[in-house]
Write a protein that binds this ligand. Structure first.
Ligand SMILES: C[S@@+](CC[C@H](N)C(=O)[O-])C[C@H]1O[C@@H](n2cnc3c(N)ncnc32)[C@H](O)[C@@H]1O
Ligand code: SF4
Length: 294
């Protein structure tokens, strides 16, 4: 097993396409992985001495929204809206503060549930502010950045240290249908303030069977709302689980229709990040699984 692990760290078990991606030579994709230095691996003990480059801090399942596709189906809001989907959870949350104390990665990713309703979010953010590494939040954006103490005291004044990724899954009508309880207007207003203050700001479109057809309208909304007057970018990723919400499960005819619609949109004069996101939407519909690409 240790030899296998060593091979994995040396990428010897990976197909060339994956190696290319890790080395950032892939087809323009984002780099999600980082090479390990084999010198840090002790084959005799199986211990990897290096710090992880990224640490994800889960702030628990509490959330003020109940999004249709959410894989955190045990969130308390889901309990109200989708009681039939609730998964019983036992035991205590692994304390994200205790985990944060142990590491010094290049990047922290704080997510939940909704991180900004986590009871210790102020203390956690303060601790991360005092440690090295940039801090990225994934959030539903349902608060007021102008009054939220974490934004006012830490994120906005230290904009180089933080990035905030707001989730929006369609134009206002579709987003609010999927992300039950959301206000698109409020989320975009918050994203504008963050971007204006120099915080690295993303809008994230979770591509599912429920919004495949709505990607172009989502882009048009961002253009109409003047989001591109601010330095922000969009990104997308497809739902894999629950499978019922995966765009891969759409009928071929629907996939073809969306691919055509998005391809036509790409011929228009649109921003570079929108072009990349459009390509991502198309590729999630073209391939059933990673193995098909290789
Ligand atoms: C689980 S949420 C947690 C952070 C925050 N509550 C939010 O909505 O951004 C993180 C991201 O996962 C996305 N997401 C929701 N359901 C998903 C699923 N089934 N598969 C993949 N991503 C999903 C959300 O849209 C969001 O962008
Ligand atoms: S806001 Fe985030 S955590 Fe909450 S239900 Fe939606 S996707 Fe899930």
């Amino acid at each position: 097993m240790r030899q296998l692990r060593k091979n994995m760290f040396a990428y010897e078990t990976l197909p060339q396409e994956c190696k290319d991606c890790i080395d950032e030579n892939g087809a323009g994709g984002e780099q999600y992985s980082h090479p390990f230095n084999l010198k840090d691996y002790n084959e005799a003990t199986g211990v990897m001495r290096a710090q992880p480059s990224q640490v994800y801090l889960f702030t628990g399942n509490r959330c003020n929204l109940a999004c249709e596709t959410c894989d955190s189906t045990f969130s308390d809001k889901h309990t109200e809206v989708f009681p039939e989907r609730v998964i019983p959870v036992e035991g205590e949350l692994l304390d994200p503060m205790a985990i944060a104390r142990k590491f010094s990665p290049k990047q922290w990713v704080v997510y939940g549930g909704e991180p900004f309703i986590y009871e210790n979010i102020y203390e956690l953010t303060l601790m991360l502010l005092q440690k090295p590494g940039i801090v990225s939040f994934l959030t539903n954006g349902m608060y007021n950045v102008k009054t939220h103490p974490v934004f006012q005291d830490m994120i906005l004044p230290n904009h180089k240290k933080f990035s905030v990724c707001f989730s929006v899954d369609g134009d206002a009508a579709l987003n609010e249908k999927i992300r039950i309880g959301a206000s698109t207007k409020r989320i975009l207003a918050n994203a504008k303030i963050c971007a204006e203050k120099g915080v690295t700001t993303d809008i994230h479109y979770t591509h599912s069977s429920l919004n495949s057809h709505g990607f172009v309208d989502f882009c048009k909304m961002l253009l109409d709302e003047g989001m591109y007057d601010y330095p922000f970018s969009i990104n997308t990723c497809p739902v894999e689980f629950p499978e019922a919400f995966s765009p891969k499960g759409l009928p071929n005819e629907e996939k073809r229709r969306v691919i055509e619609q998005v391809s036509d949109f790409m011929k228009e004069d649109i921003p570079e990040d929108m072009l990349v996101a459009s390509r991502n939407i198309i590729s999630s519909l073209q391939y059933r699984q990673v193995g098909d690409i290789l």
